[in-house]
Design a protein around this ligand. Structure first.
Ligand code: DQA
Length: 151
């Protein structure tokens, strides 16, 4: 079974109470339900972790070494300065997709720089909760392709 780790960084536990024009109205739990539904379509096993602390996200990534096939991460504000998170994603050596609910390039200038983007295979931003389900679909395709053609 292919296992995907879905990570959410600081303040994403508060979705549903954060500004709806940027983040929509769904709670993280509701978004996770949509992710689970999409993952089931592709027969992927998903594990979820949200933390307001960078070190906890690093610990979770390290705990998945050897057993996780791909990572979907919304690093929250750590997107813009989280170097230990970046290193942990490099060390994980699995495909990573960076997601954002909002379009980080259409907001304050400080949000338009991602220190994570360079170590992710790609980024999906601006589609609300659909950014996550799109990432599931893409990751499923990437992993399947890699398994059928490892070279
Ligand atoms: C976010 C964008 C970040 O700039 C912000 O700090 C967040 C959420 C997004 O999903 O749009 O907390 O990652």
């Amino acid at each position: 079974m292919v296992r995907i780790l879905v990570l959410n960084g600081p303040n994403l536990n508060a979705l549903g109470r954060r500004p709806a024009e940027h983040y929509g109205t769904m709670s993280l739990e509701q978004i996770n339900q949509e992710i689970s539904r999409k993952a089931a379509e592709f027969k992927l096993e998903v594990e979820f972790c949200q933390s307001n602390t960078e070190g906890e996200l690093v610990d979770r990534i390290q705990a998945g070494w050897g057993s996780i096939d791909g990572i979907i991460i919304n690093p929250g504000a750590l997107t813009h300065y989280g170097y230990s998170l970046k290193d942990a994603l490099i060390d994980a050596a699995v495909p990573v997709i960076e997601v954002h609910l909002s379009n980080i390039y259409a907001r304050e200038r400080w949000r338009s720089r991602s220190v994570i983007a360079g170590v992710a295979q790609g980024q999906i931003a601006g589609f609300g909760w659909r950014s996550y389900t799109a990432a599931i679909e893409i990751l499923a395709g990437l992993i399947q392709e890699r398994e059928t053609d490892p070279g």
